[in-house]
Write a protein that binds this ligand. Structure first.
Ligand code: AOF
Ligand code: ZN
Length: 372
């Protein structure tokens, strides 16, 4: 059945709302994606939302179950907007496709297809077989962006990697020997914390850990409990037991990725503090990143933010392991003692496309995403 241009517009509007809703639990549902569902009725007075759902913290119940429970009998004859194809498998919860059929919805509008082999088209097929009208692919690109971590982990067995950097007006990312240098303002800092809240992990190198002694937590009012797992690349396990990263381990998990041959006494000391070790291969003093990413994916991480420093950023870029680059361009000048950024803000790396540009007070924000 073909959809009228007016209906297509309505579909895009509600799918955009479902995608916004799905952000609520982004970073808290792994290994499940955070999905949004709206149940919308139109009884002649214009469309009305009668049920909303988002994948629950921890991944279950799924979004559809929540939205259908809220809609109750009002779901009969309604349209369901789902940001991901409804599941078709009996997992820890019954299949959402069957719950949609049982609810009596007349139409399902989906954004992304689910690559999970237990679903992979079968969710939509169950709906169609039951006589439900299905429209797929509405706001597919936006959904792919929103679900990028889940899709990357499902298809490539690694988390989606966002490289985030703050660059001074003279192209520096900090200054050696001076600890943390404020390059951007408060509004940009808050955006970074929001990005952290939506990620599953934040990664830095030992150089940054020693230089800045960061906490790498989310410190936004109301989102303090949304800090993702922290990971330090530290092949020789030099991270001090007195660092803020180690001190905060009771509240937010900390992983140290270290050489399999690193000192076992240091290892025991870190583990006693509650730090978790990931043994990695090291080639020429560098941790083997593809293997590490695979390990992080098997620990359940779908999205990873790489926050510093220059050497780590360069390694991820050189190995083609960056999917998204977020640059905050500050107005501060750092000067000659500064550490040069591993890339030029005026030159987008080949293979990337600009997807967003924003402003946070005096600071510019640019987002580049790997094409394809
Ligand atoms: C949905 N709605 O809200 C989500 C879905 O371990 P399980 O049983 O929870 O299944 C995990 C799979 O469920 C996951 O790989 C993906 O295919 C799907 N996620 N599906 O219908 C949702 N989060
Ligand atoms: Zn489901």
């Amino acid at each position: 059945m073909s959809t009228s241009p007016q209906q297509e517009e309505i579909d895009r509007r509600f799918m955009a709302a479902a995608l916004r809703l799905s952000r609520r639990n982004q970073g808290r549902t792994s290994t499940n994606p955070s999905v949004g569902t709206l149940i919308v009725r139109n009884d002649g007075l214009g469309p009305m939302i009668v049920g909303t759902g988002v994948t629950a913290i921890g991944g279950r119940p799924h979004a559809e179950a929540e939205a259908l429970a809220e809609a109750g009998d009002l779901a009969r004859g309604a349209t369901a907007y789902v940001t991901l194809e409804p599941c078709a498998h009996h997992g820890r919860t019954p299949p959402c496709a069957k719950a949609l059929v049982a609810s009596g919805v007349a139409r399902v509008v989906g954004a992304a297809s689910d690559p999970d082999p237990r679903v992979a088209g079968q969710g939509y097929a169950i709906l169609r077989k039951a006589g439900i009208e299905v429209t797929e692919g509405v706001l597919a690109a936006e959904a792919a962006n929103q679900l990028a971590g889940y899709l990357m982990r499902s298809l490539k067995r690694r988390p989606e990697v966002t490289l985030k950097m703050a660059l001074s007006s003279d192209g520096k990312i900090g200054a050696s020997g001076q600890g943390q240098v404020a390059i951007t303002g408060d509004a940009a800092r808050r955006e970074v914390h929001l990005m952290r809240a939506e990620a599953d992990g934040i990664l830095i190198g030992i150089g940054t850990a020693l230089e800045d002694d960061p906490e790498l937590t989310v410190r936004l009012p109301g989102l303090e409990n949304r800090s993702p797992v922290r990971i330090v690349l530290d092949s020789d396990m030099r991270l001090p037991l007195t660092s803020r990263l180690v001190s905060g381990v009771k509240n937010v998990p900390l992983y140290v990725a270290a050489s399999l041959e690193a000192d076992c006494i240091r290892r025991a000391a870190l583990e006693r503090e509650g730090v978790r070790l990931i043994g990695t291969d090291v080639h020429d003093g560098r941790i083997a990143l593809p293997e590490l990413l695979e390990d992080l994916a098997s620990l359940g991480m779908s999205s990873l933010m790489v926050e510093g420093g220059a050497a780590v950023a360069r390694s991820f870029l050189e190995e083609g392991l960056v999917d998204r680059i977020v640059l905050f361009l500050g107005t501060v000048e750092v000067g000659a003692q500064g550490v040069p950024a591993p890339l030029d803000a005026s030159r987008m790396p080949p293979g990337f496309q600009k997807t967003r540009q924003m402003r946070f007070d005096q600071d510019d924000y640019v987002e580049w995403v790997k094409a394809g």
